[in-house]
Ligand binder design. Structure first.
Ligand SMILES: Nc1ncnc2c1ncn2[C@@H]1O[C@H](COP(=O)(O)OP(=O)(O)OP(=O)(O)O)[C@@H](O)[C@H]1O
Ligand SMILES: [Mg+2]
Ligand SMILES: [Zn+2]
Length: 580
């Protein structure tokens, strides 16, 4: 129940109270309930007992009070209470003698209900109806339930019961059958976000769209929780809240963090996955919220992978491209396996006294999970072997800073098939030592994967973003990197101060380059034209549908290298990723 506002703090009335809807029309996302009630009121056909079932903070108590107001409004019973008469005002303030709110959680015994049964006999004091609102009714003891049932069986005239519960399955069928039931829905993320936006505006709080999303997501269907979070955030940050502070405060890492993580996982780089946990901890994130967010993120990716367009609204639009490309890279089965593993480990994680360790192990397992990823990498390793340069035969674990296989789809670039790549790329021994000649676009493009790899050691999350960028121009005074459309949201990250320092260091070391580095959005166009020499020829790869149709065999036939890999690992080809 809403606490009585303390007069001393009246100026800081909690937002959830301040913005408690005063009319049915103001109750959001429960139209199926409010419309029916409003119609019944207008026609004078209300029931004696209602059951309001639904998740916390979704408007049950609010709607029950509105019903009480409408039944007792001085201006007569109609579809909406006037909200201004004595009865409406005293009910809204919780002062009415005719509206009795009982918290079943603290009055769960038979005596309480017996008392209620006595009281029920007396006529309303001020209005036409006495309205009993029994909150958390599922908590009543069995005897109390039975006593309540007697009252419901022969309700005295002028009495209306509203039983509210978050756990309707715990309510006896005999009670259920006496009530008209309404199921309140968890409030959809988008509706919470909209409400937050309008309340923030009325309160003069500056809140950007992503902050609204972060709060709405955390509130998980409860508008009350959303408004309490907003209270907290304002108390901490004042009227203007920057996103980083907000996320820290409510303990929610942002979508971008998770997208970075899925990218790291997609590269199969176990070392980077471990570094990720360390970075999280150092940034002060709460690992439990992180874990919960991880499950949600994987699920969101899966929604994109299976094309559940309706639910995409749960992801801010600016990230849709990134989610779609992550989904494509990891694939539905891959994501499903990841989600399954993460879900299985959740209990162990929660119980553990060394959560960072458990999380680290989980991320490493996730990074190594997808065998199709391993195949890509193995192909590359073998490709290098075939070229006679690398001798390492054992494919895993991969020594830390090695270039990972470029992945189709992830970067919006043409898939580059390392195995089929004839041109030996300038592989500096782990990239040390300056390359010959001045920095040119051509040399930068050719060495880009290695450059990114070197940044990876210093700043994994930056490297993950750079991996998506392509050098598009190179002059004496500066280098320009272009982000493909689906990665444009990274512009902000990469443009932040100091983010490109590790990259600058690499360029300086390799080419003695000391100019500026700019990052720009690529717009709708393909990344800048690369000289033909450095873009390896694309090989025809079958689409997944072709594979389903049995094209795997054909692929194996025509690809001795792939056969070799399959033999080597005693593996089978599950899927071959289409090349763009
Ligand atoms: N559907 C809604 N429309 C508008 N505001 C809502 C809605 N649901 C909740 N709120 C806001 O959240 C506050 C709490 O809602 P309410 O007390 O009605 O939730 P409840 O469903 O009774 O939750 P609980 O199960 O925890 O008792 C309200 O004062 C209001 O500010
Ligand atoms: Mg309630
Ligand atoms: Zn009124």
């Amino acid at each position: 129940m809403a606490p009585e506002p303390d007069p001393a703090s009246m100026t800081h009335l909690p937002l959830a109270l301040k913005y408690r809807p005063a009319t049915f029309a103001d109750v959001i996302s429960q139209e199926h309930v409010t419309r029916t009630l409003s119609n019944a009121l207008a026609r004078g056909r209300t029931a004696h007992a209602y059951l309001f079932a639904g998740p916390r903070g979704s408007g049950k108590t609010t709607t029950a009070r509105l019903l009480a107001k409408a039944l007792n409004c001085d201006r007569g019973v109609s579809g909406e209470p006037c909200g201004e008469c004595d009865n409406c005002l005293s009910i809204a303030a919780g002062r009415s003698l005719d509206v009795i709110e009982i918290d079943a959680a603290s009055n769960r015994g038979i005596d309480d209900i017996k008392e209620l049964r006595e009281a029920v006999k007396y006529a309303p004091a001020q209005g036409r109806f006495k309205v009993y609102i029994v909150d958390e009714v599922h908590q009543l003891s069995k005897d109390a339930f039975n006593a309540l049932l007697k009252t419901l069986e022969e309700p005295p005239r002028g009495v209306v019961f509203v039983l509210a519960t978050t756990e309707p399955h715990k309510i006896l069928a005999t009670i259920l059958s006496r009530c008209q039931r309404f199921d309140f829905r968890p409030i959809p993320l988008e509706a919470i976000r909209g409400r937050l936006a309008s309340i923030a505006e009325r309160e003069g709080i500056r809140l950007d769209e992503r902050a609204e999303f972060a709060i709405a997501k955390k509130a998980d269907g409860s508008l009350r929780d959303a408004l309490s979070l907003l209270d907290q955030v304002v108390a901490f940050g004042g009227d203007s809240i920057d996103l980083a502070t907000l996320r820290r405060l409510i303990g929610v890492p942002d979508e971008e963090r998770y997208l970075e993580l899925t990218e790291v996982l997609a590269t199969g780089d176990a070392a980077a996955a471990m570094r990720f946990v360390r970075e999280l901890r150092e940034a002060g994130y709460d690992l439990e919220s992180f874990y919960a967010g991880l499950l949600e993120h994987l699920r969101d990716c899966l929604l994109f992978a299976v094309g559940d367009g309706e639910r995409w609204a749960e992801v801010p639009e600016r990230y849709h491209g990134a989610y779609a490309s992550t989904a494509e890279t990891l694939g539905a089965e891959g994501l499903l396996r990841m989600l399954t593993l993460a879900t299985e480990e959740e209990q162990a994680f929660r119980r553990s006294s060394q959560q960072d360790l458990v999380l680290e192990v989980l991320l490493v397992r996730l990074a190594l999970l997808d065998r199709t990823v391993d195949l890509d990498r193995a192909l590359q390793t073998l490709g290098a072997q075939a070229g006679g340069s690398r001798a390492a035969r054992s494919p895993a674990p991969r020594p830390a800073p090695r270039s990972s296989a470029p992945r189709a789809g992830a970067a919006g670039e043409p898939a580059r098939d390392a195995a089929a790549e004839p041109a030996p790329r300038p592989r500096g021994t782990s990239g040390s030592g300056p390359a010959a000649g001045p920095l040119t676009l051509e040399s930068l493009l050719a060495a880009w994967d290695e450059v990114v790899e070197e940044v990876l050691a210093a700043r994994p999350t930056v490297a993950a973003s750079l991996k998506e960028a392509r050098p598009s121009a190179c002059r004496d005074d500066g280098v320009t990197l272009t982000l493909p459309p689906q990665a444009e949201w990274k512009l902000e990250q990469l443009s932040a101060r100091g983010m490109l320092d590790p990259l600058a260091a690499v360029l300086a070391r390799r080419w003695g380059f000391h100019g500026r580095i700019r990052v720009e959005p690529g717009g709708g166009s393909e990344p800048a034209v690369a000289p033909a020499a450095v873009v390896p020829p694309r090989r025809e790869r079958p689409t997944s549908r072709e594979i389903e149709a049995g094209a795997i065999d054909a692929r194996l036939q025509g690809d001795p290298l792939l056969r070799q890999v399959v033999d080597l690992f005693d593996a089978s080809v599950v899927r071959v990723r289409p090349s763009s």
